[in-house]
Write a protein that binds this ligand. Sequence first.
Ligand code: PMP
Length: 292
Amino acid sequence: MSLQIYIDGQFFNKEDAKISVFDHTLLYGDGVFEGIRVYDGCIFRLGQHLRRLYASARYIMLDVPLSIDELTAATAETVRRNAIRDGYIRLVVTRGAGTLGLAPWLCPRPSIIIIADSIKLYPQEDYDHGLKLVTVPTMRNRNESLNARVKSCNYLNNILAKIEAHNAGCKEALMLDHNGYVVECTGDNIFVIKDGRIRTPPVYLGALQGITRDCVIEIARDKGIPLTEEPFTRFDVFDADEVFLTGTAAEVIPVVEVDKRPIGDGKPGKITHELIAAFRQRTSQDGYQVYR
Ligand code: PMP
């Protein structure tokens, strides 16, 4: 059976799931989205993802046409219809069809799209041996231009950085802000560990407030590992004992090299391993049960 895609209250076969070419999400990247995991029939931290989606929509003055309860039900139904037990959900709220001009107030009807599918993960070897990063020239958007806490459909900033990383033979890019502080990667948050203390850049520097990031912060607190959100530079990355990234797709993944400098002994570290295990444990406990 073809994948069933939700668009505005109806389900369509993948081949027939279409929206207008006048939709401003296509024309201008004017919309918001979420990427969410399903683990063993549970939608991981669905409530938190939906709250972030509504907060992003509020920031760009986009009215989500469903209540949070209705959107919860629609998301769960999309997962059920596609019989997904382990997979990935892409939730998009588009500005809707309008004119060829910018004006969002001429787009009367936002659309909601929900796709539930399987997920392509980083290969296991990246968890076993760790990722290599490169610092890229494209800086993270300034909050004054586009607040990074808005998970908008305009990802060109990250896409340019991703191209630069790929050109340098790396899977992820280290992105800085205009002062040279480390902010995050193209689709993942970053953490460094030195002498048993964990640090991650504060979101005010221009990082997305990742759901996985929040979860790892909670895990560290529960385990009594000191963790602070504070600005740091590439010096602290090169000088770290361990570095890891967090994200919905990547979960918790070790980094073993940044700009050709090995991190620590060049192998995934002990605390990172501990956090990977603790995170995986939470994925099976902390979700919205789809199949009751
Ligand atoms: N930063 C950026 C720029 C992202 O797009 C993402 C999501 N892929 C993340 C960080 C990680 O956020 P989350 O843990 O909510 O997936």
